[in-house]
Design a protein around this ligand. Sequence first.
Ligand code: ADP
Ligand code: MG
Length: 356
Amino acid sequence: MTAFFRKPVAGIYCLLALLSALLFNSCGKQENPQAVEIHGKTMGTTFQVKYLPLPSDDDQRPEAIGGEINAALIAFNQLVSTYIKDSRISSFNQFADTTWFPVDSTFLHILEGAREINRLSGGAMDITVGPLVNLWGFGPGSPEQRHIPEAAAIAAAKANTGMEKLEIRHDPPAVRKQIPGLYIDLSSIAKGYGVDLVGRLLEKKGYANYLVEIGGEVRTRGVNERGVVWRLGISSPEISGGLQAVIALDNFSMATSGDYMNYFEENGVRYSHLIDPVAAKPISHNLASVTVLHPSCMMADGFATAINVLGPEQGMALAERENLPIMMIIREGEGFVEKMNDAFRLIREKTEESGN
Ligand code: ADP
Ligand code: MG
């Protein structure tokens, strides 16, 4: 399988803070058929799909669906993975030219989403930050041993960033670099798009009850095999296996961006894989993770990164401006505190009221 994201550095929180999509048992009697479960690997992480079969499905159907999902994800990686040397995005990144470069409509759709989040976040989420991601050791082919780069190298990499240096054309679909050194990194948004992609694939086939999860980014629709809306758990960073929150989601998505999975430490300072595009260095605030809800998993994923880069105050302000239900887990002293906005609290309370 292809590697899209690298999350090799296990920190002290690694056992604690992985977001997991959990299917909860209800007390009601089973009204629906057993859910079909498909598991696999993609984008350097794992995926899981659960769906309720249709009465017309035969025994071979789950295998066929699994095959189609795998094929769709492989094709998607071949489009947007910077970890694949001959992917479409890698070809564009290697294309040291400033003429138009043809892409397909999926590629453009993702760039449009990224551009929108870039604008709404005042530049905090920026897919052109790739040269800095790579320089700080968080890109493809980065060394296991990461170090703080030289100031001159940081300045040189920063000169090759900037969303305004990427042009998008729709007819015919193409992209253009204003400077040859521009490099696109879609890692902050692609997993979410992959989830949407698999959800649409299932819907086209008539499956209206499903859960799709790739590396912690999730989309649900309809009900689970117990006939209740799917429940998603957000893991607690403090209690191993414990849950910080449980929410019921129908036809909605949830994405989390955290700094506990991928970082290095030097002289007692923690350097995250999230780069502040203005400072040209890893973020350094006390926000451990942010979970965002949005109809589109791609947008949830991108906004989670944006809010994480912005930090607790500015990130919360963005969520309020855009009506995004969010929950943050913030480091405080030796522990953590949670902070959520009213929109998220409402969904959480509704879940609790509905029981199960
Ligand atoms: P994860 O991949 O851990 O779920 P994110 O969705 O937040 O987390 O994506 C993080 C990845 O996005 C980084 O590994 C890096 O490749 C890229 N990245 C880092 N900083 C930024 C940024 N400011 N804007 C957009 N992408 C970024
Ligand atoms: Mg993201």
